[in-house]
Design a protein around this ligand. Structure first.
Ligand code: ASP
Ligand code: MG
Length: 404
């Protein structure tokens, strides 16, 4: 007998038929002797519909009320799913975030889970009931409803799996696993059987949108084995687990791309202590995330300072840098969002040389110019012109023979 936490995303519960199908599948697992906690998202499109409704009434809806509103999407699904279980003769009980005792901090719209008391749920499981929990929501210290950010049901599922010491957390979605790259760009892309938490964090943050990043961080911290599977077809999916559990580690696991990056350059800044701090300080004061950073060799005491930010934050970045440019007597601030970031990710990089060389050679043979480079222990990223995104991804997928 095993305890599974299974999360079904919006498309997997997007219709009455889909909800019935989830109930049938879970009932069969319970009949096999397993205990199952089901975490559900809102039916597909529902969260967006609610957000649009809020914005029709108020351009800046109060964050507390927005959470009260959007959390209803998941509440509809838990009730309907439990009704489906009942119709199939299976005993199930629904839990809102509050009823499941999912305690969060008070940051509306992107709250973090701080504690879960699983006793009531465990008691239901021990009575042979299916426990159905609303994803994406919790309550803060003062019993206000909070939500965990878009895609937050993944994090609910992992947190529950950690709290209940589940054998596995299974994320059922509309893709059948994590791929070596985006199959829309490279049809030969392969589903990975296994990938490490660390690699998945890179893949997720670099644009593989299968899982909410926080859910992977959570799984990694509490060593919760996490499996991504299709809710539409049978298969093993991709297991995300600790590095030591991975047999046959490939050198490179995946190639990712992100077209939503912009580069900002402050030209002609004095090359003196404190400059990086001041430039990046005004950016981080705006809660803008900086990714790559490059400072050139200085000439006559002046240098260019370049960094990347999400494209959506480019205009704001320029605006907050203008006064600083004046103050520092720098030349100007320029920005460019005709940019894509392409990354090669793999834990095997730690023990293999020549990955960067292979990458740069492959790109140069296609005449793709590299603008910026950054590396970590398990990742090499480059920025290139946006129009070369597909070509670069295909070229690198082939260069590292990821189709094999
Ligand atoms: N319903 C929420 C969203 O659409 C949470 C989730 O589905 O994970 O982002
Ligand atoms: Mg999702």
């Amino acid at each position: 007998m095993a305890l599974y936490v299974e999360k079904y995303g919006g498309t997997s519960v997007g219709s009455v038929e889909r909800i019935n199908a989830v109930a049938r599948k879970v009932s069969a697992e319970v009949a096999d002797g397993h205990q199952v906690v089901v975490v559900v998202s809102a039916m597909s499109g529902e969260t967006n519909r609610l957000l649009a409704l809020a914005n029709e009434i108020n351009d800046h809806p109060p964050a507390r009320e927005l959470d009260v509103l959007v959390s209803t999407g998941e509440q509809v699904t838990i009730a309907l799913l439990c009704m489906a279980f009942d119709a199939q003769g299976m005993c199930a009980r629904s839990y809102t975030g509050a009823q499941a005792n999912i305690r969060t901090d008070e940051v509306h719209g992107r709250a973090r889970i701080v504690d879960i008391q699983g006793d009531a749920m465990q008691a239901d499981l021990d009575k042979g009931r299916v426990v159905v929990v609303a994803g994406f929501q919790g309550i803060d210290e003062n019993n206000n409803i909070t939500t965990l950010g878009r895609g937050g049901s993944d994090t609910t599922a992992v947190a529950l799996a950690a709290a209940l010491k589940a054998d596995e957390c299974r994320i059922y979605t509309d893709v059948d696993g994590v791929y070596t790259t985006d199959p829309r760009i490279v049809p030969e892309a392969r589903r990975l059987d296994q990938v490490s938490f660390e690699e998945m964090l890179e893949l997720a943050s670099l644009g593989a949108k299968v899982l909410q990043i926080r859910s992977v961080e959570f799984a990694s911290k509490y060593a919760v084995p996490l499996r991504v599977l299709s809710s539409f077809e049978a298969g093993k999916g991709t297991l995300i687990t600790s590095e030591e559990n991975i047999v046959e580690q490939p050198i490179i696991s995946g190639i990712t791309y992100n077209r939503d990056e912009a580069k900002v350059t402050v030209r002609g800044v004095p090359d003196t202590p404190g400059i990086a701090h001041r430039i990046l300080g005004v950016i981080s004061d705006q809660h803008i995330n900086v990714d790559m950073i490059i400072q050139n060799i200085s000439e006559e005491g002046l240098t260019d300072f370049t960094f990347t930010v999400p494209s959506a934050d480019m205009a704001k970045s320029i605006k907050v840098l203008q006064p600083l440019v004046k103050e520092l007597n720098a030349h100007e601030v320029v920005a460019d969002d005709d940019l894509a970031k392409i990354s090669v990710v793999g834990i095997g990089m730690r023990s293999h040389e020549g990955i960067a060389t292979t990458m740069f050679k492959a790109l140069s043979e296609k005449g793709i110019n590299i603008q910026m480079i950054s590396t970590s222990e398990i990742k090499i990223s480059v920025t290139i012109r946006k129009e070369f995104t597909e070509l670069a991804v295909r070229t690198l997928h082939a260069a590292f023979e990821l189709e094999k």
